[in-house]
Design a protein around this ligand. Sequence first.
Ligand code: HEC
Length: 155
Amino acid sequence: MAYNCLKAPLQAAYAKSGDQVAKAYPTWVNYATAPYQSATHGDRYANNYANAVAKSYGKYEESGKMPVGAVLAKDSFMAHPNGKVSPGPLFIMQKMAAGFNKPSGDWRYSMIMPNGSTLGVTNGKGSANVAFCIECHASMEDQDHMFFLPEEVRH
Ligand code: HEC
């Protein structure tokens, strides 16, 4: 699968950002059995990693409210008709302390580009660039703003 070849360069590219999550996520559990096409993240192929604090993620709709320190990371790549693949952004949700940002459910969203630059971070630099993440994810308010994975790629 393309992801096996792309994984190492993709992870190295994100790590250039210096972001702690970008460096750490490759060691976490990937809850997707295979990369799947995500229409809501630019039609890219994506995976869903979660750190140890977020281990209830594997219960999907039964996960409940995530504790402070829970981090979810979604790496992504594009598959082109000519068979070539190219890296896509890393999408991150990090659960902050209560009061951090009410509309976001106290999640801090970040988007890290495959050139190692950071497009935006909620309540940080480029916050406006990631406001659209909050808006869409807020529709899942009863699931703590999480969408989970398509059924066919769950463990
Ligand atoms: C139009 C709706 C929409 C927008 C905009 C959106 N997402 Fe998502 N997000 C989803 C859906 C749907 C999923 C579930 C998996 C899938 O189908 O891609 C998801 C899954 C995720 C996950 C895995 C955790 C979960 O919810 O299960 C992360 C992390 C994530 N998105 C981050 C982001 C970030 C960061 C942004 C903004 C840069 C963003 N998303 C923008 C709809 C959206």
